[in-house]
Write a protein of this length. Structure first.
Length: 304
């Protein structure tokens, strides 16, 4: 019986020594893993690889979608800022010129650019006259009158030609009406240049600016705005920018093609401009327009 106990004790001591030796061997710095460790590590690594590949792929897909959404939202914000910048640039240029004149006219209280906005919504559009006329949900009851200018946030689009009690009809700048003219000016580097928007080129999809003094210099990219001298449109409403300059058929004056800033294909919300000051027809022969011959009788105020 004692002999059997001694064998157990010896076996226990040998096991403890072997365990301590194994622990010491595992804790020491080694360059290579043991065979059992290699088997375990390779098995776990293979399983992790099987799980990681589809996980990383799905994560990458959602990451790409999120990036596209963020890019789209950023592009929309930048586009909105660019549109506002174009209008702001036109307004700043005009304000600088007006401020210079104000230094000489201390008593000036009104401006040709002043107008009261009437917000309206497009409620109808004739497919046969898609590029010519739109119908608004505001009329005489809301203060809308014939020949008032109409614009969107991006620029001038046309004028009111027919008014009822609660609706009004707007003729767009893209109309084929040969008598439709807009007194405009080009904000050039060497000063303002006057002309008349008369019709549009259907192939180019651009407005035509005519009756420009042949001695004036125009460049592509220069902004075109309403002059305020025709008695219809307030001053400084952005129309577009010049894309090409040439001479007219007789070679006596220049003409230019103008790309509108407003999108005529999709018009929903507009602003009708009720002018507070109008120019007197014939006060400035360089900038008068023939819209007055189409029925405008506005005589509120005088050009200062």
């Amino acid at each position: 019986m004692p002999h059997f106990t001694n064998k157990k004790l010896i076996l226990l001591l040998v096991s403890v020594i072997f365990l301590v030796a194994l622990i010491s061997f595992s804790l020491r710095d080694r360059q290579n893993a043991t065979l059992p460790e290699q088997i375990i590590k390779d098995t776990v690594g293979f399983a992790q690889g099987l799980v990681a590949k589809p996980t990383n792929y799905i994560t990458g897909v959602f990451g790409n979608i999120e990036s596209l959404l963020n890019t789209y939202e950023e592009n929309q914000r930048l586009k909105s800022r660019l549109e506002n910048f174009a209008m702001l640039q036109a307004s700043v240029h005009d304000l600088e010129a007006e401020n210079a004149r104000l230094q000489e006219l201390i008593n000036k209280k009104e401006s040709l650019r002043n107008y009261e906005p009437i917000h309206a919504t497009v409620i109808a559009r004739n497919p046969d006259q898609w590029e010519e006329k739109i119908i608004l949900n505001k009329g005489e009851a809301h203060g809308v009158q014939r020949n008032m200018a109409v614009m969107t946030a991006r620029g001038l689009i046309g004028k009111v030609v027919l008014v009822s009690k609660y609706t009004s009809e707007v003729e767009l700048l893209y109309t084929n009406n040969a008598n439709y003219r807009v007194s405009a000016l080009v904000q050039g580097e060497k000063g303002d240049v006057y002309g008349l928007i008369e019709g549009f080129d259907a192939e180019r999809g651009e407005l035509i600016l005519k009756r420009i003094d042949s001695n004036k210099t125009l460049k592509e990219g220069e902004k075109v705005v309403s002059s305020g001298l025709g008695g219809i449109f307030p001053k400084g409403l952005i129309i577009g920018e010049i894309t090409e300059v040439s001479t007219d058929d007789h070679g006596l004056t220049k003409m230019a093609y103008v790309k509108p800033t407003a999108d005529f294909s999709l018009i929903e919300e507009v602003v009708v401009a009720k002018r507070l000051v109008t120019a007197i027809d014939g006060l400035d022969g360089e900038g008068t327009d023939e819209d007055l011959t189409n029925g405008s009788t506005e005589t509120e105020g005088e050009e200062q």
